[in-house]
Design a protein around this ligand. Structure first.
Ligand code: X2X
Length: 338
């Protein structure tokens, strides 16, 4: 699959190089805006599949004026690299976890506060409502544009190659990979674990070579990135909810005429809503599938983890960082957090 996709990308690049010669004779169909969309997601992940559909529709509905080339699976580098590329305008679009975006826009990690969300019935109204609006306003201040609808990454689960995580005590000294984001590091430090910030592009090999014992990710990522090949245990901690903002370089975005922007946004948001449904459906089937692939599942008592975070002052610290106003928005949707 990866090889095919790479071949496809090579072909696309070759076509793009040859395009100027073609354009002389088919001027009417020439794309006016050829843009790049990069992401970290495996090619079989619903994000890549639904974005691919949106890209086709955008091309059709703009009569070929807008052509978006997708570079999935960290083909253009790590999340950290791609965020730089987005800011410089080397790429126009990028899907990024709000938690990693927080390295640039601190408010953007707020949806990832540990054990905040009891279910999607709370998450989506928040992110489609005032909490999302608050974060998007902060993103705009950094010169980036976030589409209205966030895409789902999912509820995150802990995996390990050494032992199952059955309660917070199992995290003591546990060498765990976390994405580059202060909230992640802070939370696992509060558990007395030993977190290492590693971009997703390096996670499989970090687990394979045992640089770290474990990692945490939603089921759809664990499956599509084949992390079950290098992990033995999966603890259903549901410790954070994480989603992807569909980001654009602000300058590039504002350079697109409004009528075309409307078509792009409509299709991206529509695809995002479908992608949310895909992830939701996968959550119902993936436990069985991953168990079949050799992962041993266990449940946990979430309250024990939350109590440990409270005792470590984690919630107090992050409430202070986000500020009372943002925290009140989080609690308005998620319920009281302490
Ligand atoms: O880096 C990760 O673990 C991932 C794939 O979940 C994110 O994009 C945050």
């Amino acid at each position: 699959m990866t090889i095919n996709r790479r071949k496809l990308m090579t072909t696309t690049a070759a076509v793009a190089v040859a395009a100027p010669f073609v354009l002389r004779v088919t001027r009417a169909n020439a794309a006016e805006f050829t843009m790049k969309f990069a992401n970290n997601s495996p090619v079989t992940h619903p994000l890549v599949i639904r974005a691919g559909e949106a890209i086709e529709k955008i091309k059709k509905e703009t009569d070929g004026k807008v052509e978006i080339q997708m570079f999935p699976n960290n083909q253009l580098g790590s999340d950290t690299d791609m965020l730089s590329q987005l800011r410089s305008g080397a790429i126009e679009f990028f899907t990024l976890s709000g938690l990693i975006l927080s390295t640039l826009v601190p408010a953007a990690s707020i949806n990832g506060v540990g054990f905040a969300w009891s279910g999607y019935d709370k998450v989506w109204p928040a992110m489609d409502g005032e909490l999302g609006t608050h974060v998007r306003a902060q993103i705009a201040k950094a010169g980036l544009v976030a589409q209205e609808q966030m895409w789902d990454n999912g509820y995150r689960q802990m995996t390990s190659s050494t032992k199952p995580i059955t309660g917070p005590d199992d995290l003591k000294g546990f060498k765990i990979r976390v994405p580059p984001s202060p909230l992640w590091t802070s939370m696992f430090k509060a558990f007395d674990a030993s977190p290492a910030s590693i971009n997703f592009s390096e996670v499989y090999s970090a687990l394979q070579t045992k640089v770290v014992e474990g990692q945490e990710n939603p089921l759809a990522i664990i499956n599509t990135a084949k992390l079950y090949e290098v992990q033995k245990f999966l603890s259903k901690t549901n410790h954070m909810w994480d989603g992807f903002w569909f980001l654009a370089n602000g300058k590039a975005w504002n350079g697109i005429p409004e009528n075309l922007r409307t078509i792009i946004s409509k299709n991206l948001n529509e695809a995002g809503r479908k992608q949310r449904e895909d992830i939701f459906a996968l959550n119902a089937t993936l436990e069985k599938e991953l168990a079949g692939k050799g992962l041993a599942f266990n449940d946990v008592n979430q309250a024990a983890f939350r109590d440990k975070l409270s005792a470590a002052g984690f919630y107090k610290e992050w409430k202070g960082k986000y500020g009372d106003e943002a925290w009140a928005l989080l609690e308005k949707y998620a319920g009281k957090i302490s």
